[in-house]
Design a protein around this ligand. Structure first.
Ligand code: SAH
Length: 490
């Protein structure tokens, strides 16, 4: 067990404070204080907002630094407990905004982030914290959420917490100088933060995306403009089989009219012979979904394969596949351990995606029944079970809750239910069917411990006992925590 420092964390975040972006120019987290800055509560002339010197007392669950100002609890990005800083406080309607100006006294938990995009958070909310501090922060988050059920185990960390993503997306656009840019959307906006890579992306994927960006001008390929609805390329998604080395490139375009397609593909393959398949995806939606429904394979077989826990999986562009394979193996092995399989059990793999957990479990179970909403993923699951010679697993398409209600109505039996729902968690139909089916063990895998705790509360009220909770760091540099819990029938 690692020692945990609980000092300096906050129970909840501050909802009133909504800083969108930080001050790029003046903020110097490593910088030394030049003299002692004064705190003033009057707006200085010629400036919007008030500059205040504050001390950070904790962190919100979004990883922002909490401080007190004029009796209000506010929070600001990129500030750590124990640090003092100058912040610019302004009022926007009902919201009090805080923006970091400069850090005066730095915490020993602060690191110079290896990310070039230090000041703008392209997907990494806590990359300014040492990995040890990130781990402490996540352990604290999970300990608080799971307090009603007992003490969670120590979080399983990642040895090299960078470059882990196997699915990497960048959005394309144009800056004011009419230069093509690639990057990630700033939080809660459609403003692109120009980036040529990310510390959590697969480096090869970022390299390919930059090659595409570099090729666009000579191929007269325009980035799509959301306002004018003109242009072609919206996003590029690169999926990498971390074990197989196979690489899928998905060009997400606003229209199927791809001028100079053959030459573009030829040139891209020449630059990156490691690409194994290229897909054109058509997306004319106006929401923030990356992929549209229509798809055309331009090169290769349209899928990639990868190995996970000794099994081979075929993955298509739209299927859900865990994005951090190194940590997924640890997560699945914990889940399988908690299922306590002896070879005879009937196991339900609910929200099964392409069948990964169920197929791993099938090696040790009597029979596996998988259920998943996404048709393509179910097709992949069936294909994956054949590919691995699995004879004792069946996969069904449908809503997991409805499927369980029907199973319970037919009086069917299950010994173990493994569930891995999306962030919104499970629902009452599903949970009440568990209560009717009475599996001896429930293994709940979750990427959102808040909804996991909510659902576990229901199961605990209805005859189950929480035996173990194991957090796993699947998303280093971000605030997200994965957790797997074992519940047994009382
Ligand atoms: N267990 C898989 C997938 C987990 S992600 C893995 O580890 O890879 C959650 C999955 O739940 C997604 O594949 C999503 O398509 C599916 N899903 C979402 N809502 C669902 C519902 N109501 N019923 C069944 N599956 C659902």
């Amino acid at each position: 067990m690692t020692k945990r420092k609980n000092k300096g964390y906050k129970k909840s975040g501050n909802k009133r404070n909504n800083p969108e972006k930080q001050n790029n120019k003046q903020h110097s987290p490593q910088g030394k204080s030049k003299g002692s800055p004064k705190t003033t509560n009057k707006p200085p002339r010629g400036r919007k907002g008030i500059i205040a010197e504050v001390t950070c007392t904790g962190l919100t669950k979004e990883g922002k630094g909490v401080f007190q100002w004029e009796g209000k609890e506010l929070s600001v990005e990129n500030l750590l407990p124990g640090e003092t800083a100058e912040v610019i406080i302004s009022q926007k309607g009902r919201f009090t905004n805080a923006e970091l100006k400069r850090v005066i006294k730095t915490s020993e938990d602060r690191v110079i982030s290896p990310s070039k995009y230090y000041y703008e958070r392209g997907g990494c909310q806590i990359h300014h914290m040492s990995y040890e501090a990130q781990t402490r922060f996540k352990q604290h988050t999970i300990d608080q959420l799971m307090d009603p059920f007992g003490k969670p185990d120590s979080i399983i960390t990642m040895d090299h917490p960078y470059g882990y993503r196997n699915k990497n997306t960048m959005t394309f656009g144009m800056n004011k100088k009419k230069q093509i840019i690639s990057g990630l959307y700033a939080p809660n906006t459609h403003r692109i933060i120009p980036m040529d890579g990310s510390m959590i992306h697969d480096p090869k994927a970022d390299e390919i995306i930059q090659t595409i960006k570099g090729m666009m001008k000579s191929f007269k390929m325009q980035p799509y403009n959301e306002d004018t609805e003109r242009g072609f390329l919206r996003h590029v998604l690169v999926r990498v089989g971390k074990n197989s080395g196979e690489i899928m490139v998905v060009l997400v375009a606003a229209s199927p009219m791809f001028k100079g397609k053959n030459n573009f593909i030829k040139a891209l393959k020449k630059e990156h012979p490691e690409i194994t398949t290229i897909i054109l995806n058509i997306n004319n939606r106006s929401d923030s979904m990356v992929l549209g429904d229509q798809e055309k394979v331009l090169f290769g077989k349209g899928t990639i394969t990868d190995t996970l826990c000794g099994l081979e999986f075929e993955i298509s562009s739209k299927s859900f596949y865990q994005i951090n394979p190194v940590q997924t193996e640890k997560l699945y092995s914990e889940a399988i351990k908690m299922a306590e399989l002896t070879g005879n059990e009937t196991v339900i793999d609910a929200y099964c995606g392409i069948g990964t957990i169920g197929l791993v479990a099938s090696q040790k179970a009597g029979k596996v029944i998988g259920v998943e909403l996404n048709k393509g993923a179910v097709r992949d699951a069936i294909r994956n079970s054949k590919r691995n010679g699995v004879k004792n697993a069946r996969f069904y398409q449908g809503d997991a809750g409805e499927f369980m209600v029907q199973m319970a109505a037919r009086g069917e039996k299950a010994d173990v239910v493994i569930l891995d729902p999306p962030r919104s968690g499970s629902d009452e139909a599903f949970l009440s069917s568990i209560v009717k089916l009475k599996p001896k063990r429930v293994v709940y895998v979750s990427c959102n411990p808040e909804t996991q705790a909510r659902d576990m509360k229901y199961l605990v009220k209805n005859g189950y006992k929480v035996k173990e909770i194991q957090p796993v760091d699947m998303f280093p540099q971000t605030v997200h925590v994965e957790s797997v819990a074992k519940l047994v029938l009382k």
